[in-house]
Ligand binder design. Structure first.
Ligand SMILES: [Cu+2]
Length: 131
């Protein structure tokens, strides 16, 4: 049950119940693994002093850029008008989206990705801009 172990190792990373249920009910061969958030910038749950230029998430598996999306919502729940999104040329596990200048506040990053093994996963996390 590698997926369960991954979930347990990601404090603060919320996985949609549907995805969790799928992972529990339909174990996949151990050669496959879903793409879950491994590391993010700004970090999960962080408070940062200045508006970040981009959101960058490194997943546990490579992701398909055409079928993967990062959305950033403001405190009012409305989506921020983000800029270009791309996968890092040297690392297909890293998905990046450019941000406009963000005023102070708490933001929710919502990600939906399809990994190179075609499995879909999603999750979200928050960060706060303090100045
Ligand atoms: Cu998978």
């Amino acid at each position: 049950m590698r997926h369960v172990a991954l979930l347990g190792g990601l404090p603060g990373n919320l996985i949609a119940p549907a995805v969790l249920a799928t992972a529990l009910l339909a174990p996949v061969p151990s050669a496959y693994a879903h793409a879950f958030l491994e590391r993010a910038s700004p970090p999960v749950g962080s408070e940062i002093a200045a508006s970040p230029p981009e959101v960058s998430i490194i997943f546990t598996e490579g992701v398909e850029p055409l079928f993967s999306k990062i959305e950033v919502d403001g405190a009012d729940g409305a989506a921020i008008a983000t800029g270009k999104q791309h996968v890092a040329p040297d690392n297909n596990r890293r998905l990046i989206i450019e941000l406009p200048k963000l005023p102070p506040g708490t933001y929710t990053v919502i990600w939906h990705v399809t990994s190179v093994d075609t499995h879909k996963t999603e999750g979200n996390y928050r960060f706060t801009v303090t100045h």
